[in-house]
Design a protein around this ligand. Structure first.
Ligand code: ADP
Length: 342
């Protein structure tokens, strides 16, 4: 093959390789004229009005790079969707001289960083509140001589320590479940799972004068997955139904086989959830009423755990709720019940 053939083949390969790069690459000659743009650059710089801002940024940064600088700038685009692009440019000094501009969409990275920052701030706050209370109570006990007061303070100290330890347990559970590394090979008997979840919470139901009945559970239902995580999800739903019921309330747990899979529903006639909060209650630490959640010992993590368990099992969770009337949470999971007609 001739030199020319090599050069042609090389440049075809180079174009194909650069077209496969997700970042937009623009190469300019020493006069600042564009001599090459890869497929991503063509797409991002194609002439929509809002991209004029980006074209201008590339022009300016290329001009600076031709002067020997390595400039960097963030460009916010509002249309067709809100995006943040990072534009970098650098000079090519070996002849033929020129400059290269690289444009990268960093919106997802910025969003993830913001979520992580929020999460760290929330965790710190959630841990700081009980630790602060513990320190204060310990200090007060030290100077107290009245045994009745001391015993009341010690009781509160215990409650704060419990809250701290529940938050840490839920955080550990959530991070394990989010990593989705637990084995998912158990064949889980749903009726037995519901019985166990209800039995665990019977004491707290009794103390709040709420009746829990595992009513209407189809026989033989099976789901394939991680039993411990599924138990944690169902227990969280039953726990909430109890906590957010009024004294004398009833909680009903059902499980049926439907065309959508195995549906486990937990219904209460409690305080309900305002419609404006419904889309947010599955977020970590989101509570409709902080004071109520605190007084019932909530960590604000239960529903995040439920949602992650559902997703990890290829299912989902849905909620129907009317403020002042009650809520029904339904876990929908892929059916692994041995074949028999519905
Ligand atoms: P918490 O530990 O605060 O209960 P969750 O993540 O389990 O946290 O729930 C988030 C919020 O959703 C609760 O603080 C509460 O405001 C609301 N919520 C959850 N379940 C119910 C329910 N059955 N009835 C009314 N509100 C509920």
């Amino acid at each position: 093959m001739t030199d020319n053939g090599d050069v042609t083949q090389g440049s075809v390969l180079l174009t194909a390789a650069l077209d496969g790069v997700p970042e937009a690459v623009v190469i300019c000659d020493s006069a600042g004229a564009v001599v090459f743009e890869n497929a991503s650059a063509h797409k991002v710089l194609s002439s929509r009005p809002s991209d004029a801002l980006l074209v201008q940024a590339v022009d300016e940064l290329v001009a600076e790079a031709l002067g020997g600088a390595e400039p960097y700038r963030r460009v916010e685009l509002l249309s067709p969707s809100r995006r943040t692009l990072a534009v970098r440019a650098f000079p090519v000094t070996s002849p033929p001289e020129g400059a290269v501009a690289v444009i990268e969409d960093i919106s997802d990275r910025l969003r993830l960083e913001a979520v992580r920052r929020d999460f760290v701030a929330n965790v710190s706050h959630e841990l700081k509140t009980p630790t602060g209370a513990i320190a204060l109570l310990a200090e007060t006990i030290e100077g107290e001589t009245d045994p009745d007061v001391v015993s009341r303070l010690v009781e509160r100290l215990g409650a704060e320590a419990d809250r701290l330890s529940r938050t840490i347990d839920d955080l550990l559970d959530l991070s394990r479940i989010e990593a989705n590394e637990s084995s998912a090979d158990d064949e889980v008997d749903i009726a037995a799972l519901i019985d166990e979840a209800v039995a665990r919470l019977l004491e707290s139901a009794e103390s709040l004068k709420v009746v829990v009945s595992p009513a209407a559970v189809d026989v033989g239902l099976r789901v394939r997955g991680n039993r411990r995580d599924l138990l944690s999800a169902v227990s969280n739903l039953v726990d909430n139904a109890i906590k957010y019921s009024e004294a004398g309330g009833a909680v009903r747990v059902e499980a049926h086989r439907t065309h959508r899979g195995v549906e486990i529903s937990v219904a209460d006639h409690g305080i309900g959830i305002p419609s404006r909060d419904l889309s947010r209650i599955f977020e970590r630490f989101y509570r409709v009423d902080r004071a109520r959640s605190r007084s019932t010992g909530g960590t604000g993590l239960g529903l995040s755990i439920v949602r992650h368990v559902a997703t990890n099992h290829g299912g989902r969770v849905k909620v129907r709720s009317v403020e002042g009337e009650g809520s029904t949470f339904t876990l929908i999971l892929p059916d692994a019940t041995p074949s028999s007609p519905i």
